[in-house]
Design a protein around this ligand. Structure first.
Ligand code: PEP
Length: 251
């Protein structure tokens, strides 16, 4: 089986204005040399996707979105954006089921799976987020919760990316230990294999939650970690470049 190409994705959440798009060429100036070995992705807020694509035009940085409608076709859904529209303005990936959307918008596993299916239908790669809360971890329910999220939120299709993002590690100061990360990544791949058999080996599984320039190298060295989904530390080119350059594939 061909090695999985690492993917390091930045989630800008609801931060920044047009001026922030200058971070994209600035990032490329620092990481362009490793471009063939690692996929670098920025997911800006939806209004900036088209301009981000333009800012990235002379670079190898790919552009993605942070959410999409579960409805594949154009329809009367005020305020929603479908995956075909995101593809039309230059997105290649879309994050679905981020814990902030699961929590703030009560998104269910079923809804997340429908969004991922709509993304695939439009030719986008869905990055399906899963992860336990602190209470669930403390109750010893990580395998049960994450296993169910993977089974119910992912389509039976290997053209996806899964991001393991423990909810308690996002936007915080702490991360799971390396053995804990490895254990959950293994669980996710085994769960994918229940439906995808050998094709599950091709699915990239990212770690997300407080990744920064200081801990990225250690996390990238963990078994089964194919890259990262990065929030805060993706907003500034210097920090995000330091993360990308700390991946073993960049050496
Ligand atoms: C995220 O929002 O996906 C995330 C991982 O955030 P942070 O890196 O800031 O913890």
């Amino acid at each position: 089986m061909a090695a999985r190409k690492p993917l390091i994705a930045g989630n800008w959440k609801m931060y920044g204005r047009s001026a922030a798009l200058g971070e994209i060429p600035a990032l490329w100036a620092q990481v362009g040399g490793v471009a063939g070995a690692i996929d670098a992705l920025i997911c800006p807020p939806a209004p900036y996707i088209a301009a981000a694509r333009q800012a990235a035009a002379a670079t190898g940085v790919q552009i993605g979105a942070q959410d999409c409608s579960p409805a594949a076709d154009d329809s009367a859904r005020t305020g929603e954006v479908n995956a075909a529209m995101l593809a039309d303005v230059g997105a290649r990936y879309v994050i679905v089921g981020h814990s902030e959307r699961r929590t703030l918008h009560a998104e269910s596993n079923d809804l997340v799976r429908h969004k991922a299916e709509a993304a695939l239908a439009a030719g986008l790669t869905p990055i399906v987020c899963v992860g336990e809360t602190l209470a669930e971890r403390e109750a010893g329910r990580v395998a049960e919760v994450v296993g169910a999220q993977v089974r119910e939120s992912t389509p039976a299709d290997a053209r996806i990316v899964v991001a393991y993002e423990p909810v308690w590690a996002i936007g915080g100061a702490s991360t799971p230990t390396i053995p804990e990360i490895e254990e959950v990544h293994h669980l996710i791949r085994e769960t994918l294999a229940e439906r995808l058999a050998g094709e599950a080996n091709g699915v990239r599984i990212l770690y997300g939650g407080s990744v920064g320039p200081k801990n990225a190298a250690e996390i990238f060295a963990a078994m089964g970690v194919d890259g990262a989904l990065v929030g805060r530390a993706s907003l500034k080119a210097a920090d995000f470049a330091a993360i990308i350059l700390s991946h073993p594939a960049a050496k």
